[in-house]
Ligand binder design. Structure first.
Ligand code: SF4
Length: 283
């Protein structure tokens, strides 16, 4: 059983590592959030985008020679709903890690002595974390906002330049929290015809599709929330989805101009030997 955030004492003491879900940019300022996390006691603060890149490779490989319907499993809202409401589709769930689990595996390999905390836009990630061993705690965006307030960090001034994530920068997968971000960054168009893939955001629409699926579809890239993770329930932003999307794209643009040292980038050798196969869909 994972411990709840109430059991953590902030500022944390010892070796703690935070992984920020890539939708963070909708609700938290970059790079200020990195300094705020450090003040909460996190020794290392990581981007999640490298894990997304690694699972993309596995998705691409799997779908290359696929037959039948495959459903994306990066969103635990989809996995849990299918398990409880559409169990006949469990066999179609893709047995590949979510970016959260993939990044946690990479962090465990490179920083084995650290406790790993995922910062999440939804509660479904807490359910997923209960069923895997790589993530020690999940803190939602609303819990994080509360912590920042309690520790008087929300309005604290920090340097605007020279602050970077500790590790695993990857640019193009920064669009992963957008609906269709997986298909796009896994380059599905290279291996599937347009009529063979479908992007659906919103669980009602996903379930409607599953009730009478189009037999030509081989890959369903879907998310529980409207707009993808940028529509997550613990995002406080009142901006419409298209403006949240713009925030993600602007962050991508800004980050591309940053001078990221080689050792902070998501390089393949950092994930060497790790398997991103998952049995979470069956748990
Ligand atoms: S789409 Fe919604 S439910 Fe799914 S992982 Fe993202 S925030 Fe959570």
């Amino acid at each position: 059983m994972k411990k709840s955030v109430e059991e953590l004492k902030f500022p944390l003491k010892g070796k703690w590592l935070a992984m920020l879900a890539p939708s963070f940019i909708v609700d938290f300022p970059y790079p200020k959030i990195i300094s705020q996390m450090k003040d909460l006691g996190f020794d290392k603060v990581m981007e999640l985008t490298f894990g997304a890149k690694m699972i993309n490779r596995d998705y691409h490989e799997l779908l290359k020679n696929s037959k039948g319907l495959f459903i994306s499993t990066a969103c635990p809202g989809i996995v849990e709903t299918i398990k409880s409401k559409n169990p006949s589709n469990i066999k179609n769930l893709i047995p590949i890690d979510s970016p959260m689990v993939a990044t946690a595996k990479i962090c465990r390999k490179n920083f084995p002595e650290y406790k790993i905390v995922f910062i999440s836009p939804c509660n479904f990630k807490k359910i997923e974390a209960q069923k895997i061993k790589e993530v020690d705690f999940v803190i939602t965006y609303s819990e994080l906002r509360q912590l920042l307030d309690e520790h008087k960090l929300t309005n604290k001034k920090y340097p605007k330049k020279g602050i970077l994530f500790d590790r695993f920068y990857n640019d193009y997968t920064k669009i992963f929290p957008l609906s269709g971000g997986l298909s796009k960054t896994a380059h599905m168009k290279q291996i599937l015809k347009k009529k063979e893939m479908k992007v659906i955001d919103g669980i009602i629409e996903v379930q409607k599709f599953l009730e009478s699926p189009d037999k030509e579809i081989k890959f369903l890239d879907c998310t529980f929330c409207k707009g993808g993770c940028i529509g997550g329930p613990f995002i406080s932003s009142k901006l419409p989805i298209f403006l949240r999307k713009r925030k993600v794209l602007n962050y991508l643009k800004t980050a591309k101009k940053e001078n990221i040292p080689e050792n902070r980038k998501g390089l393949l050798q950092k994930a060497k030997g790790i398997s991103f196969k998952s049995n979470y869909p069956n748990k």
